[in-house]
Design a binder for this molecule. Structure first.
Ligand code: ADP
Ligand code: MG
Length: 306
């Protein structure tokens, strides 16, 4: 089957107060991928995910999950997805084992078909099976939420900012679990602020800003857009009009004597860039360079649509 795991078409959401959180967003999540949904705070990520979860009503457009339209086949759509919300919500008086058993009951899974301990083991919470949820650390609660979302073995799992409040070591464990789920064929969608993580984990990344899609590309291509390099050159006199040259992508003057030059690594090298500065009759006093990374790509994209 070539159909996407999730299909989103012209999705819109205007909240009761008039806030337009999603403004015609369309993209597909291919089956079997780890798909990253990135965007600054307030971009509309949680709104989009809560629509898929059936927690927020869209005001326009269509969405389908595993081929099931969320309006026409809401039960099948819901059964095909496990969602880990951004907020941690738990009944503090149940143990992790009970929490999972109650969730299994909600999905109509027979007791004999459900192994809570195996699921807890997968998220490294086996030894907390009988503890009260309220005694768990933030990271443990987050992992329990992941287990809860996987109770009905959905083909798709969505994690909304799963690393908020999770320390580095636990984050690694969480990602290892996410990777193992994906290796078993589960499609994973995650939202995150951590670009490095998205870069490391995701096959494909979509970026939304102000409720609109601004990028949707294989991670490798998006990282390829980070081919830009920035070099700061301090010269021996004040510059009024910056020199022009074909190997500069962009040039700005900072504080009179410093040129901030952006070039593409695949089109020029630092030697050529510095040669062009000297060729314009300027003496070079100091040079510093830095790599552009996904953060720069992200900032450039969000700035140009902001
Ligand atoms: P993100 O998850 O990307 O940070 P959200 O989807 O939470 O973004 O929010 C998108 C926009 O919608 C924000 O401006 C936010 O303030 C607004 N918003 C979110 N939930 C509600 C709500 N229940 N009522 C009104 N506005 C909301
Ligand atoms: Mg959010």
């Amino acid at each position: 089957m070539t159909q996407a795991a999730i299909e989103i078409d012209q999705l819109c959401k205007t909240y009761a107060g008039g806030k337009r959180a999603l403004d015609g967003v369309s993209f597909d999540v291919p089956r079997g991928t780890i798909f990253g949904l990135l965007g600054p705070n307030g971009a509309g990520k949680s709104t989009l995910i809560n629509i898929l979860a059936g927690l927020v009503n869209k005001t326009g457009g269509r969405a389908s999950i595993w081929g099931f339209d969320i309006d026409q086949h809401p039960r099948n759509a819901k059964a095909s997805i496990g969602i880990v919300n951004q907020e941690i919500v738990f009944d503090p008086f149940f143990t992790p084992k009970e929490t999972l058993e109650i969730q299994a009951g909600l999905y109509g899974i027979a007791k004999r078909d459900f192994d809570a301990i195996a699921l807890l083991r997968a998220v490294h919470l086996e030894d907390k099976a009988e503890a009260y949820s309220r005694t768990l650390s933030g990271g443990m609660k987050r992992r329990l939420m992941v287990a809860k979302a996987m109770v009905h073995s959905p083909p798709i799992i969505v994690l909304d900012e799963p690393t908020a409040g999770v320390d580095v070591e636990l984050r690694q464990q969480l990602w290892a679990y996410v990777k193992s789920l994906n290796a078993r064929g589960v499609t994973v969608v995650l939202t995150t602020h951590y670009l490095e993580e998205a870069e490391e984990l995701c096959d494909r990344i979509a970026i939304i800003n102000h409720g609109q899609l601004i990028a949707n590309k294989p991670t490798r291509e998006l990282v390829g857009m980070a081919q830009e390099k920035v070099v700061e050159v301090t010269v021996d006199r004040d510059v009024v009009t910056p020199p022009e040259n074909g190997c500069f992508q962009k040039i700005d003057v900072k504080a009179g004597r410093t040129l901030v030059i952006t070039y593409r690594k695949d089109q020029a090298n630092a030697g050529e860039v510095l040669g062009a500065v000297q060729g314009a009759g300027l003496g070079i006093v100091d040079v510093s360079t830095r790599e552009a990374d996904l953060e720069d790509v992200f900032l450039n994209l969000t700035r140009s649509t902001g």
